[in-house]
Design a protein around this ligand. Structure first.
Ligand code: 13P
Length: 252
C-alpha cells in the first residue's frame, strides 16, 4: 500500500452505549499504530458519544439525507452529523441500496450534500453474485461510479471509494486476491477518467468478510488502500488484528 492505509469499521445496526468500551479500546490502540488511519461508523445514536470517547480515530455515519434540513421525518442531514461530531459519512452501501431502493442518483445527491456540509465521503460500490457470474462485475461497478461519484469543486479530495462485492458481505467468502486487484485497478482507471490525474490519490478500500486472518493477504492486492469492515469491527480484539495487518503491510 503506497498511501497511509485507511481501516474503517462499519457497525451497521449494532451497538448500544455498552459498546463505547470497544471504541475506547480501539482508540487507545490506534495511538500505537499511527501509520494507519482508523475510523468507526457507529449508528447515529452513538456518534456523539463515540466522538467524545475517542481522541485519535475518525468517527462517521453510515448514511445521510441529501438535503440540509426540512420536513423529512426520521432522516438525518449531513450538517446534523457534523454537528454531532462526524467527520465523514458512508454512502451507497449495498444494504441501503437494497433495503431502501437507493439509486446511483440518490447516492450522488447524498455524497454532494455531505461534501457541501463539510464531511468526507466513503462511497460504496460492488456487484451481486449473479452479476459476477455473468462476467459483468467491472461493468456494473463502472456504471455505479459514473452514476454516484460526487461532482463539484474539490469533490475528488473528499472521496474514498469502497469496493464491496455484495456476495462477500457477511458471508465469509471473498474474491481471490487477483480478482480484488483487477477490480481495484479498474476502479482506479475509472476514477482517473472521471476526475483526472488527481484521482491517483483517492484511496480504494476493500470490504466484504475482512478478518484479522485474511487482512494481510488482501492488503497486498493491487490498489487496495485499506478496508471497510463490518462484523470484525464490532470488538476491539478482532478489529485491532486488521489494523495491525495494515500497519505491517505498510512496512513490508
Ligand atoms: P462484513 O465485514 O461483515 O462482511 O461487512 C462488510 C461491510 O458491509 C462493511 O461495510
Amino acid at each position: 500500500m503506497a498511501q497511509r492505509p485507511y481501516v474503517v469499521g462499519n457497525w451497521k445496526m449494532h451497538g448500544t452505549r455498552a459498546m463505547l468500551a470497544e471504541a475506547r479500546a480501539i482508540d487507545r490502540a490506534a495511538e500505537r499504530l499511527i501509520k494507519v488511519q482508523v475510523a468507526l461508523a457507529p449508528p447515529y445514536t452513538l456518534i456523539h458519544a463515540t466522538r467524545n470517547e475517542a481522541v485519535l480515530i475518525g468517527v462517521g455515519a453510515q448514511d445521510c439525507h441529501p438535503a440540509d434540513g426540512g420536513a423529512h421525518t426520521g432522516d438525518i442531514s449531513a450538517a446534523m452529523l457534523k454537528d454531532a461530531g462526524a467527520g465523514f459519512v458512508i454512502v451507497g452501501h449495498s444494504e441501503r441500496r437494497a433495503d431502501h431502493g437507493e439509486t446511483d442518483a440518490d447516492v450522488k445527491a447524498k455524497a454532494e450534500g455531505a461534501i457541501a456540509a463539510g464531511l468526507e465521503v466513503i462511497l460504496c460500490v460492488g456487484e451481486s453474485e449473479a452479476q459476477r457470474d455473468a462476467g459483468e462485475a467491472e461493468k456494473v461497478v463502472a456504471r455505479q461510479l459514473e452514476g454516484s461519484l460526487p461532482q463539484g469543486e474539490n469533490a475528488a479530495e473528499k472521496v474514498t471509494v469502497a469496493y464491496e462485492p455484495v456476495w462477500a458481505i457477511g458471508t465469509g467468502r471473498t474474491p481471490s486476491i487477483d480478482d480484488i486487484g483487477a477490480m481495484h485497478r479498474a476502479i482506479r482507471k475509472k476514477l482517473v477518467s472521471i476526475y483526472g490525474e488527481g484521482a491517483g490519490e483517492i484511496r480504494i478500500l476493500y470490504g466484504g468478510s475482512v478478518k484479522a486472518e485474511n487482512a494481510a493477504e488482501i492488503f497486498e492486492a493491487d490498489e487496495v488502500g485499506g478496508a471497510l469492515v463490518g462484523g470484525a469491527s464490532l470488538t476491539a480484539e478482532s478489529f485491532l488484528g486488521i489494523i495491525a495487518a495494515a500497519a505491517e503491510g505498510l512496512q513490508g
